[in-house]
Design a protein around this ligand. Structure first.
Ligand code: NAP
Ligand code: MG
Length: 409
């Protein structure tokens, strides 16, 4: 295609680049599947770990602000530094999780939905429809305050009201030896917008909404989540849900986990931040591979950030650096781009952009269904003589050929 007949994206797309193997695949996806067909105005933010270090992490904040300006961003996976990474990249400090930083600025809900393909049956045989996870993306342990307790002493929790009234104080623990403490929080405003986002998504997709917390143990903290959801349902959704023939269902998280295993799927399962983090990995791997899970952060103000649910695939990257062959699955990264492009098309009212995003997804799914797949999928695919394992780049090349065929039609 020449530049003149490329599909024009009217509004800039915020692109957030990342680390390791996903950075390698990110470039291949852009070069082979997108740039040949799209005339895009890209607002580029490089969140490579060294760039975050050089800018004292300002680049991460700038990227989040750009999403607030333009509405839609796509993000590659990024390293969350730990002590090893600080050594490996010689970092000034152990920077916070970029996803955590972006989420706390956008204050949204993360929806994770598996990519279903015919060749790969979920490990749980009763699941015939996708189970979508709605993860609250604000607060709790992700913006915690922790203290190492060196020895005997008293740990307290205190709230000092701004109006000058008496502070409320409780003892956490009278320590007789070393230990640890942690303080976490959430806000009614954030929980309310989480509830609203979940009811809206479930109604939009016409699926049941389940919500679960540990409210039997956490009688104030988790119970507040339960009550806010209940109120949101009663105030705004009872009639709508009845009309759509869908249900809202609250249960204890233990019970929900047991029920999920016996369900048919086709549910939005709303979860607190940590529960959603953990359960989405379980749902992803039960659907074949971590690389078959898409993720979108939806903020109550209408900002969207699309990404893959998996990390930077560090082990594969070290092989790649050693010039060994890799077979890393780019599906979730491809779907991050198509999710962002489709949303951009919806907001801008550009049908041709939506149509292009659909064609890329179809090309990717058909590639796997015709038997061409990466190693992670070959392990879990239904056996067939047409199955063949390809390397990281070949997989994208085959998708690109199919896409080219569809665009020519
Ligand atoms: P990971 O990157 O998700 O990979 C864990 C393992 O899952 C891989 O070793 C691989 O298994 C498999 N896997 C994940 N994605 C795959 C793909 N696309 N294709 C094929 N196999 C895939 O998690 P990690 O290794 O624990 O974390 C690496 C880095 O990512 C860390 O620095 C972490 O901070 C970061 N991280 C970032 C995000 C994010 O930005 N959203 C999320 C999670 C983690 P095999 O080795 O068995 O093939
Ligand atoms: Mg996780």
């Amino acid at each position: 295609m020449t530049r003149t007949n490329k599909i024009k994206i009217k509004t800039p797309i915020v692109e957030i680049d990342g680390d390791e193997m996903t950075r390698v695949m990110w470039k291949m996806i852009k070069d082979k599947l997108l740039l040949p067909y799209l005339d895009m105005n890209i607002e580029y933010y490089d969140l490579h770990i060294k760039k975050r270090d050089e800018t004292d992490d300002q680049i991460t904040i700038d990227a989040a602000k750009a999403i607030m300006k333009y509405g839609v961003g796509v993000k590659c996976a990024t390293i969350t530094p730990n002590a090893e990474r600080v050594n490996e990249y010689n970092l000034k400090k152990m920077w916070k999780s970029p996803n955590g930083t972006i989420r706390s600025i956008l204050n949204g809900t993360v929806f994770r939905k598996p990519i279903l393909v015919q060749k790969i049956k979920p490990f749980v045989s009763t699941w015939v429809k996708p189970i979508i996870i709605g993860r609250h993306a604000y607060g709790d342990v992700y913006s915690n305050i922790e203290i190492n307790i060196p020895g005997p002493g008293k740990a307290e929790i205190v709230f000092t009201p701004s109006d000058g009234s008496e502070p409320e104080k409780k003892t956490i623990k009278e320590f007789t030896g070393p230990g640890i403490i942690q303080g976490i929080h959430n806000t009614d405003e954030s929980i309310q917008s989480f509830a609203k986002a979940c009811f809206t998504y479930a109604f939009d997709q016409k699926i049941d909404l389940w919500f679960s917390t540990k409210d039997t143990i956490s009688k104030t903290y988790d119970a507040r989540f339960r009550d806010i959801f209940e109120q949101e349902y009663k105030n705004n959704w009872v009639e709508k849900f009845k009309y759509a023939n869908i249900k809202y269902f609250f249960t204890l998280i233990d019970d929900a986990v047991a029920r999920i295993m016996r369900s048919k799927g086709g549910i939005l399962w709303a979860l607190k931040n940590y529960d959603g983090d953990v359960m989405s990995d379980m749902i992803a791997s039960a659907n074949g591979s971590l690389a078959m899970m898409t993720s979108v952060l939806v903020s109550p103000h209408g900002y969207y950030e699309y990404e893959a649910a998996h990390g930077t695939v560090q082990k594969h990257y070290y092989k790649y650096l050693n010039k060994e062959e890799t077979s890393t699955n780019s599906m979730a990264l491809i779907f991050a781009w198509t999710g962002g492009l489709r949303k951009r098309g919806e907001i801008d009212g550009t049908i041709e952009v939506i149509d292009f995003a659909n064609k890329v997804e179809e090309s990717a799914i058909e590639t796997i269904e015709s038997g061409t797949m990466t190693g992670d999928l070959l392990l879990v695919a239904e056996e067939s003589p047409s199955n063949r394992k390809v390397n990281t780049e070949e997989f994208i090349d085959v998708i690109s050929e199919r896409l080219h065929g569809k665009i020519q039609q």
